[in-house]
Design a protein around this ligand. Structure first.
Ligand code: AMP
Length: 187
């Protein structure tokens, strides 16, 4: 099965995705991680990406779509994908549909972790102490949230009409959310 975990920055997508990965033997595909790896490995596009991420902007669809293509056509990962942080724009969602069709796959479950802005700010401030991500300062957080509202919200409208769309209250605790997701996945 293939799964999308969707929601604003700080909603807990990464945490939930890694839990499902362990329990259901899937591969977590985080475009954020893929982009950070380009920066770390000092690739040609890494320098541009570093600037974009630290400002709280989005990487271009072109860059992200190229990174995701490699993953979707990886035979080992076929039908074992959890997308965390992708798609983040309508054009990415359309690209994902296309790549899945071309590789004979589909999305089985879409989870939307719904969390209010105030709670996200609190959570990311806390994560700053624990993880030290370059993009975890208040200005960047607010910018990331606004970018999300503008670019990613239309993707939510697109997916929320699908029959395999599930909205989960992301303000609950981690264990509670995991158990709700697992219940749906095991039906
Ligand atoms: P994340 O780890 O998912 O919070 O992503 C961190 C940052 O990477 C984001 O704030 C964006 O700058 C960039 N990024 C991650 N995924 C995408 C995507 N699908 N499209 C564009 N930019 C992305």
């Amino acid at each position: 099965m293939n799964v999308i975990i969707f929601g604003p920055p700080g909603a807990g997508k990464g945490t939930q995705a890694s839990n499902i990965v362990k329990k259901f033997n899937l591969y977590q595909i985080s475009t954020g991680d893929l982009l950070r790896a380009e920066v770390k490995n000092k690739t040609e596009i890494g320098k541009d990406i570093e600037n974009i991420i630290s400002k709280g902007d989005f990487a271009t669809d072109e860059i992200v779509n190229e990174l995701i293509k490699k993953v979707i056509f990886d035979e080992k990962k076929k039908n074992k994908l959890i997308f965390d942080g992708y798609p983040r724009s309508l054009s990415q969602a359309e690209n994902l549909d296309l790549l899945l069709k071309q590789s004979n796959q589909k999305i089985n479950f879409i989870f939307f972790l719904n969390v209010k802005k105030e709670m996200i700010i609190k959570r990311i401030e806390k994560r700053k102490i624990l993880e030290k991500r370059a993009d975890d300062n208040l200005n960047t957080i607010l910018k990331r949230y606004d970018t999300y509202m503008m670019t990613t919200k239309p993707v939510l409208d697109f997916y929320s009409k699908k029959p395999n769309f599930y909205e989960i209250d992301g303000s609950e605790n981690i264990v509670e959310i995991s158990s709700k997701i697992e219940q749906i996945l095991t039906v």
